[in-house]
Design a protein. Structure first.
Length: 327
């Protein structure tokens, strides 16, 4: 099968078609999305316990069709699905609570210890798969993973009706977070550098502010940092009220020096937020309250995967998708 592999360099190559282990499904990929985490992995973001960089097939945003199940429950056979990407040891306290994201021995598809979805096929435990409703297109379903990450914010933090919430960053994740919070009835404003990107959110009822027009004053109860820049936390600290909450969504391979005394003095809560639950993400997609189509910059066929990866790095480009199959 064709696969986009990173082993110090990025290349499209032929790999063996994976065989599902007991309890796993074989999924044929239809669409896969390239995200900033994929870029950061090629820069050294995802290291294992031996401090070695990820090596293997990249990708974790995907919609596909179940072709084979190695197990008794065949209910998802032939169904369109999206997968949660983390799986654990099954024995630790986190796994006993089904919170595989924090298992010390977890794998994360295309990020840590497990080949990803930039390939014609991938395998995944069947319990991590969620059926895509017929009313949801592939182009919407492929956003399930970042949408789940956006929903994780409200899973972790109760945002009260009176809270003023600001999302920093008009990249892919920032827009998705703003749309997801808005769809949940939260008073949210998106700030960014690009009017055309802000317009995507504004067209769906989200308040927006150009960064140059944003007053650097402590006026926000909740600030979600999704800029993708190491300077984002410093900006968030300049904007959040005393006793407020900063939600950190940026993952970057770069390091930073920052004086955190304001966190102590103003009693700010710093909340790290990563992956999220897929069940509410799929429900929100089914409800039809969100439209991700304006975020799709281009769709490449799989044989141009390397070109697509480079395209996704270009300034002004939002979501680039890889099409592996259609039927």
């Amino acid at each position: 099968m064709k696969a986009l592999v990173f082993d110090g360099e990025l290349k499209l190559t032929e790999c063996e078609k994976p065989i599902p282990k007991p309890g796993e499904a074989l999924v044929r990929v239809r669409l896969a999305g390239i995200c900033n985490t994929d870029h950061e992995i090629t820069r050294g973001y995802a290291k294992d316990k031996a401090n070695k960089n990820f090596s293997g097939i990249l990708g974790h945003e995907v919609v596909g069709v179940v072709e084979k199940i190695n197990g008794d429950d065949k209910s998802l056979l032939g169904k369109r699905v999206v997968p949660e990407i983390n799986y654990g040891c099954q024995t630790c306290e986190w796994c006993r609570r089904k919170d595989y994201r924090h298992c010390p021995s977890r794998y994360s598809m295309g990020i840590r210890g497990k080949d990803g979805c930039f390939a014609e096929y991938f395998t995944i435990p069947t319990e991590l798969l969620f059926e895509v409703p017929d009313s949801v297109t592939d182009e919407q379903a492929v956003f399930a993973e970042p949408l789940a990450a956006a929903i994780e914010i409200t899973e972790q933090q109760h945002i009260k009706p009176k809270d003023k919430t600001l999302v920093l960053g008009d990249g892919k994740l920032g827009i998705i977070i703003a749309l997801a919070l808005g769809a949940q009835g939260i008073d949210v404003t998106l700030v960014g550098k690009h009017q055309n990107k802000l317009d995507i959110a504004a067209s769906q009822g989200i308040k927006t502010i150009l960064k140059n027009d944003l007053k650097l004053e402590k006026a926000w109860d909740i600030v979600v940092e999704a800029t993708g820049a190491s300077s984002g936390l410093e900006t968030a600290l300049a904007l959040v009220k005393s006793l407020g909450v900063i939600v950190l969504k940026t993952t970057t391979a770069s390091e930073m020096n920052l004086n955190l005394s304001a966190v102590v003095v103003n009693e700010i809560t710093l909340l790290g937020s990563r992956c999220g639950p897929f069940e509410p993400a799929v429900r929100l997609l089914k409800a039809g309250k969100l439209d991700f189509a304006p975020m799709i910059s281009e769709i490449f066929n799989a044989d141009k995967a390397v070109e697509a990866f480079e395209k996704s790095k270009e300034k002004g480009v939002l979501k680039v998708l890889l099409r592996f199959s259609e039927d």
